[in-house]
Design a protein around this ligand. Structure first.
Ligand SMILES: Cc1ncc(C[n+]2csc(CCOP(=O)(O)OP(=O)(O)O)c2C)c(N)n1
Length: 320
């Protein structure tokens, strides 16, 4: 493992998870108030996203999906420019043209965000092939859900990546839900990771609500991809605490299952572990949470004060 991705302590990871949660909560509150369009939040999945991104190198690339806030923020995206994008403002990362579902930030290596479920699984083979043909060192991480794994493209992507020996770290955030359908209704096996072996791809499943476990699993997996030049599939076992899209009353959710996962909230788990071990005094935890809230309040103020794109922008950036 290399020092670039090793020297991060759990307090920094907790801070990133808090930032993701506060960012998502700002979107939820804004959408209730009618000021921000609804979004697919990653509340409950912060550890799964933050843990993996913390294990990547600066030249690694990321492709993600509609639930991308943790990936973008952990990669260092500015929350003000992200919120501006969600609010359709000209200062957003994509000049306000992507909304929350399509944001990509090329300068941070977040190449594509697909809202065609499974779309990123097809695109990642092309991105990884170009990395390989151009002799670039960065590996390519592809985030997708358990629903995407049930699409045919998942199997084509894994097969091709294995046959062509592409440096892809596949990361399935198995949050138990596929929009309004539970994964039990669409899968006969428990784990998506089990579907990698027939393609000759090594795999692991990790507790996706434990940020340290995710980070350690991702460090190992990424290192294996780097060393072998071959794909690896890491599955984070986690839960989507809020609805599929805001607003969503979650009437279809089993309250017992929901409560069991809420009791394992990734932020509460990490915070408690840090406090119990004496690494984070309680008052510092409170100060950390306050700083994060202030950061998001400033980001929101920036986004709200930002102009809408000029009407002439309608016809620019239409073709790649
Ligand atoms: C090809 C396609 N089918 C259906 C949809 C509608 N849709 C958007 S997100 C989603 C659920 C995807 O589930 P999963 O891949 O597990 O990701 P999650 O939302 O749980 O993060 C669906 C069905 C879509 N966007 N694209």
């Amino acid at each position: 493992m290399n020092s670039e991705s090793q020297a991060i302590d759990e307090i920094a990871l907790l801070e990133q998870m808090l930032l993701v949660r506060a960012y998502e909560e700002a979107i939820v509150a804004g959408s209730v108030a009618g000021k921000i369009p609804g979004s697919c939040t990653s509340v409950g999945q912060e550890a799964a996203g933050v843990g993996v991104v913390s294990a990547l190198h600066g030249d690694d690339l990321i492709l993600t999906n509609h639930r991308s806030a943790a990936h973008l923020l952990a990669r260092g995206a500015d929350p003000g420019r992200l919120l501006a994008e969600v609010m359709g403002r000209a200062t957003g990362y994509c000049k306000g043209k992507s909304g929350s579902l399509h944001i990509s930030v090329r300068e941070l290596g977040v190449m594509l965000t697909s809202t065609i479920v499974g779309g990123e699984l097809s695109l990642v083979t092309g991105v990884a092939l170009s990395q390989k043909m151009l002799g670039r060192t960065g590996i390519v991480t592809c985030f997708f859900g358990d629903g995407a794994a049930c699409e045919g493209i998942f199997h084509e992507s894994l097969n091709l990546a294995s046959v062509w020996e592409l440096p892809i770290l596949y990361v399935c955030e198995n949050n138990q839900w596929q929009a309004f359908v539970h994964r039990r209704e669409t899968m006969k096996t428990e784990h998506v990771a089990d579907w990698a072996a027939p393609y000759g791809i090594d795999h692991a499943t990790v507790d996706g609500n434990d940020v340290l476990a995710v980070r350690n699993a991702a460090l190992e997996a990424a290192e294996q991809v780097r060393r072998s030049g071959r794909p690896f599939l890491l599955e984070s076992w986690t839960y989507r605490s809020r609805g599929h899209f805001e607003p969503d009353d979650q009437a279809y959710v089993d309250p017992t299952e929901h409560a069991a996962w809420l009791a394992r909230d990734p932020i509460a788990l990490s915070r408690q572990r840090l406090i119990d071990s004496g690494r984070l005094p309680r008052e510092e935890a409170v100060a950390l949470e306050r700083r994060v809230r202030e950061c998001i309040a400033a980001a929101l103020a920036f986004a709200e004060a930002s102009p809408l794109p000029a009407p002439g922008e309608m016809t620019t950036d239409v073709y790649a």
